[in-house]
Design a protein around this ligand. Structure first.
Ligand SMILES: [Zn+2]
Length: 406
């Protein structure tokens, strides 16, 4: 059955579309620019006015309460990972637009409605992630965000300028709440046969960036006994990391990764002298993730030193889980129930703009199932029926929020 929302999702998936049906729409790229222009056009066609703030966040506002200075924010992100799926982020922005436009047509709301596309949620080229939403809440300054550089040394500010989405003024309306609809990116809903998830809190994470330091030398003639090979130490540490975490995971629920490595000077003819590895440990409880991280660091120290390699902690971030607004969870479950959709309260393991926004306003995050829990993969899939169920719940929750007393 043809549906305006599904059709719109399809059209966005064509921007930066990859051969396997996913998208590659990196922040600040030409594809990001094209998706942003199409979003502005779709929003304006439906009667919204689009504002771009200094870090490129896009706010499409329906003046559903023109006399009020208050608005309810709903949205997500249009950027993707290099191997992104078509629903991650885009679904939340487009379902938000669909819901806000429908409610604007119904009328009778107490607040305005603003559909948001946050800049650089994914953090694929510019770290840290959740950039735009974290500037909006005041966690980062605009200058900090605009100065972030990618691997090629290009700044986020310059990239936004290039695609025409570096605005001047902060968004003027007063936000009351933030609401986000997203694909689960895990398999809990699917495994339990449920259709809707209302997110209560996020998992905690400890993220440790280690630099292994050796000595650059010719890979040919340098005697083996005199080499200080940082890549060899990093490889050993990564193997130990997986061995240790596997053992820890027999006792407690853990997710972990060593997902990025940078070896310098990056020549096949020079023994690597500086190797940086990004380690990540996640558990619902920060104390657990923290303790596991401490045991990992203590465990690898002697082995790395035995290889004649130095070890420097470049970053060590303990991210506590964020508790989202309990009322939003209750409203989501009520709306789902009224629509006859089996729903549950659940935790999220992934980061989302809603978790950042909770620092500023009560925030609500709604999940729909991901087939096989697959994401950050071009084969990521959410079935049309689930997309429409989520959109219906989003509309119901947004209506309730837009009718609340300020
Ligand atoms: Zn996302």
């Amino acid at each position: 059955m043809p549906d305006a929302l599904l059709d719109m999702i399809d059209r966005f998936a064509g921007i930066g579309g990859s051969p396997g049906g996913g998208v590659r729409r990196l922040t600040g790229s030409a594809e990001d620019g094209a998706a942003r222009r199409l979003f502005a056009q779709e929003a304006e066609q439906r009667g919204a006015v689009v504002h771009v703030d200094p870090v490129g966040n896009m706010f499409a506002t329906f003046a559903t309460a023109p006399a009020a200075d208050t608005t309810v924010l709903v949205g997500s992100h249009l950027d993707s990972q290099p191997t992104g799926g078509r629903f991650d982020g885009a679904y939340g922005v487009l379902a938000g637009l669909d819901a806000a436009a429908a409610l604007a047509a119904e009328g009778g709301l107490r607040h305005n409605l603003t559909v948001v596309n946050w800049t650089n949620e994914e953090g694929a080229c510019f770290q840290p992630s959740l950039t735009g939403s974290s500037v909006y809440t005041g966690k980062y300054t605009p200058d900090f965000a605009l100065g972030l550089a990618d691997r090629m040394g290009r700044s986020l500010g310059a990239c936004l300028e290039d695609i025409g989405f570096r605005g001047a003024e902060p968004f003027p309306l007063r936000p009351l709440r933030y609401l986000e609809l997203h694909v689960e990116q895990g398999a809990e809903l699917e495994d339990k046969g449920l259709r809707i998830g209302a997110v209560t809190t996020s998992w905690a994470a400890r993220k440790i960036t280690l630099c292994f330091t050796g000595v650059p030398a010719h890979t040919g003639p340098t005697p083996m006994g005199r080499r200080r090979d940082a890549l060899r130490a990093a490889a050993w540490a990564i193997t130990e990391f997986h061995r240790l975490l596997e053992a820890e995971a027999a006792e407690v629920l853990l997710h972990w990764s060593a997902a990025k490595i940078v070896a310098e000077p990056d020549s096949p003819n020079v023994v690597a002298s500086r190797v940086t590895v990004w380690f990540e440990i996640r558990n619902p409880d920060l104390a657990v993730a923290d303790a596991v991280g401490a045991r990992f660091l203590a465990a690898i120290g002697p082995g790395v030193a035995a290889l004649g390699i130095g070890q420097e902690v470049l970053g060590d971030e303990a991210r506590a889980g964020t508790a989202l607004d309990p009322e939003g969870v209750a409203v989501t479950l009520e709306v789902a129930q009224a629509l006859g959709l089996p729903a549950t309260a659940m935790r999220t393991i992934t980061g989302h703009d809603a978790l950042a926004l909770q620092a500023l306003v009560p925030s609500t995050l709604i999940f729909v199932p991901s087939v096989d829990g697959l994401s950050h993969n071009e084969a990521e899939l959410t079935l049309p029926e689930d997309l429409l169920n989520g959109a219906a719940v989003l509309r119901g929750v947004l209506r309730r929020f837009a009718m609340e007393a300020a």
